[in-house]
Design a protein. Sequence first.
Length: 93
Amino acid sequence: MPPRSASARDVLGYWVRLKRVEKGWSQERLAHECELDRTYVSSVERSQWNVSLASIERLASALGVEPWMLLVSPSITASEAGKLLSRKQHESS
């Protein structure tokens, strides 16, 4: 199920749950891998917390993805995201 909105919290919750389920992990297993509390992981998946960058990095590491990947709208493909990043880097130089 896609995120309810394009808010960063909804997008993050969507990807965390999707990647966790793809790995066949429970919320408890993901929490253990990240050294976070299971209720915190549940709250992230339900978009109830403003998550710190440190927690996003921990979640991404456990899920085997780059942190930025957890914040990209699911309507944007990986190649489109790469093109956007390249364009922004080129514009800033």
